[in-house]
Design a protein around this ligand. Sequence first.
Ligand SMILES: NC(=O)c1ccc[n+]([C@@H]2O[C@H](COP(=O)([O-])OP(=O)(O)OC[C@H]3O[C@@H](n4cnc5c(N)ncnc54)[C@H](O)[C@@H]3O)[C@@H](O)[C@H]2O)c1
Length: 336
Amino acid sequence: MRVLVTGSAGFIGFHLCRRLLAEGHAVTGFDGFSDYYDVGLKRARHATLLPEPGFTEIDARLETQGALLDAMARAKPELVVHLAAQAGVRYSLENPGAYVDANLVGMGNLLEAVRAYPVRHLLYASTSSAYGGNTAMPFRETDRAVTPLTLYAASKLAGEAMAHSYSHLFGIPTTAFRFFTVYGPWGRPDMALFLFTRKILAGEPIEVFGEGAAERDFTYIDDLVDAIRRLADTPPPAPGGSGPVSPEDSLSPVAPYRLVNIGGGRPERLDAMIDELERALGRTAQRILKPLPPGDVARTHASTGLLAALVGEIPRCPISRGIPAFVEWYRDFYGV
Ligand SMILES: NC(=O)c1ccc[n+]([C@@H]2O[C@H](COP(=O)([O-])OP(=O)(O)OC[C@H]3O[C@@H](n4cnc5c(N)ncnc54)[C@H](O)[C@@H]3O)[C@@H](O)[C@H]2O)c1
């Protein structure tokens, strides 16, 4: 298979590329190496992909006119996995323009490129933040999602809507994922696990938002990649085709388009996550309890019924194994 992965130097894109290359697919990795966090880490991820004979790097930005069209012309992919984005909930209060550029203008360019070079399946990374102010748990794909709390969430929801319209108009089989707090080796330096690890090892205090009671549905990276990989082989049928697979199916009635949660389905309190981290590091954290920042939600919990109905049960690595795996990578990579 020929696959174009955008965001290939990012946390999730890198892991997905590694998996696809190990399976023998030809992978084009498109990434603009944005400086939202340490570009050295992004380069290090790509440096492990570049020696693979099946890997081609394209260093370009989503919002650059023509860049994605050129990438599609070169890669001729059967599958596009669109992961490149301006991520991060809190940063969207600081630099909203970055979200408009990457997630709205960039998404428009991506869809135009897929329209020009049709693919068998387009997969798009949205987020659990799309559930916004919803309080009914677990979050189901069929729930109304109309209360985004940040521009990040709003831009990802807009991306879902944009992708649905192209799927309808041009018959592009499209799966939009809503990812839930993904973590693991080669993770993102702006996320709590990474930040806490750095601070605890440096002997600095950590700020614990929601006073430790906030809950997140942590998803281990290998489980997430497994789910993406299986869903890639399961494009949604056209309207009038095989129809919904379960009462929870979000399959569109007017487009080959479906929304799927990818989450562990098992929320953990933030303070339980820190307890695990302390055990893995063999250090005690100095915890400064803080209220939830604006735009953060108190709890996320994925319904995983649709994912299981589509591709079977995905293994779920518990944080008691996932956090030590992250710490082992962190210590090795940074030599601490
Ligand atoms: N990690 C999570 O917990 C999580 C949760 C929900 C959704 N997501 C979504 O999953 C996707 C991947 O997330 P990640 O954690 O790997 O993030 P990441 O920031 O590590 O990866 C994103 C990559 O996209 C690239 N990029 C950003 N803006 C770009 C632009 N304008 N042009 C070209 N490249 C650009 C960055 O350089 C980066 O390498 C994102 O769409 C994110 O919103 C992630």
